[in-house]
Design a binder for this molecule. Structure first.
Ligand SMILES: Nc1ncnc2c1ncn2[C@@H]1O[C@H](COP(=O)(O)OP(=O)(O)OP(=O)(O)O)[C@@H](O)[C@H]1O
Length: 269
């Protein structure tokens, strides 16, 4: 696979690998607050792209544009496009139903948030929303999703037990299984391991590594070692701007922008 070279200040390279999504000149405003400034970023398919940068630089804001979560609050405003491939749909288009976009993406948050239901019903939830109620279909999908989230072996004998009684790491993998059950085009992970211990973190990282064979993953992380371990591509953001983007190895070993280097070497600010 040929890979893009790094770039700086809103001129991302065009990867020759196929794209799952293409962020084009995106601006985002929380009311008066201009939180994303002219972001352009390719998202290569079946790969992991990490969003890194100091607190408040806009990583979560960008992630939440992909599933139109910002539409849930009044006063928020998008400009620009996020083109989803191969359909060529602009996720940010006012004519696109935000609910439809949420069904095409799966999102996992910093803190595990299982529903107070059984393990089975947590995973089946999105399927039932799509009016899939056939027991056999549900059973098969639930098993496949739990397998993909590397949780099946630990819960297969207690699918009817309450999800909130699982450990934090298991709950987080359950949330990934729930997100995967509806076969999303994009999996959005917002600091998914920040509340987990090293063993649970390592299980999630292994799972992400295996999952990218089938789904394109976008992850926000503060953990630089984690980005270096699991991301194929890395985007460094600062004050709402994309400062540098490229293959992870190149961003970490040979950053082109002094700001990126300062951030990665801990000499920032
Ligand atoms: N609901 C909101 N209303 C107004 N401003 C917001 C809102 N949410 C975030 N912001 C602001 O937008 C900017 C980007 O926030 P965002 O949460 O995207 O940053 P981040 O890089 O994900 O930070 P962190 O690493 O701390 O999670 C910040 O200045 C933040 O204060």
């Amino acid at each position: 696979m040929s890979v893009p070279v790094s770039t700086s200040l809103n001129e991302p390279p065009r990867p020759t690998t196929e794209l799952k999504a293409d962020v084009r000149k995106v601006n985002f405003h929380y009311g008066e607050r201009h939180a994303l400034k002219n972001i352009s970023l390719p998202i290569p398919q079946r790969s992991v792209t990490a969003l890194i940068g100091p607190s408040g630089c806009g990583k979560s804001t960008l992630l939440r544009c992909f599933n139109r979560m910002h539409d849930l609050y009044p006063g928020n405003r998008y400009e620009g496009e996020i083109i989803l491939h191969p359909s060529n749909v602009n996720i940010l288009s006012p004519t696109v139903d935000p609910m439809e976009m949420r069904l095409k993406t799966g999102m996992v948050f910093q803190k595990p948030n299982p529903f107070p239901k059984s393990i089975f019903e947590n995973v089946a939830y999105g399927l039932r929303l799509r009016l899939i109620n056939d027991r056999q279909v549900l059973q098969q999908k639930v098993e496949e999703s739990l397998q993909a989230a590397a949780l099946w072996d630990e819960v297969k004998d207690r699918l009817n037990h309450s999800a909130v009684k699982l450990s934090g790491g298991q709950q987080q993998r359950l949330c990934v299984a729930r997100a995967l059950a509806t076969e999303p085009e994009l999996l959005l992970l917002d600091e998914p391991t920040s509340a987990l211990d090293p063993i649970a973190t390592s299980k999630i990282e292994d799972m992400v590594f295996a999952l990218k064979e089938s789904v394109t993953i976008l992850i926000v992380t503060h953990n630089m070692e984690q980005a270096a371990r699991i991301a194929d591509f890395t985007a460094f953001m600062y004050l709402g701007e994309l400062i540098e983007y490229g293959p992870t190895s190149q961003i970490f070993q040979n950053p082109k922008n002094p700001l990126t280097e300062k951030y990665l070497t801990g000499t920032f600010g």
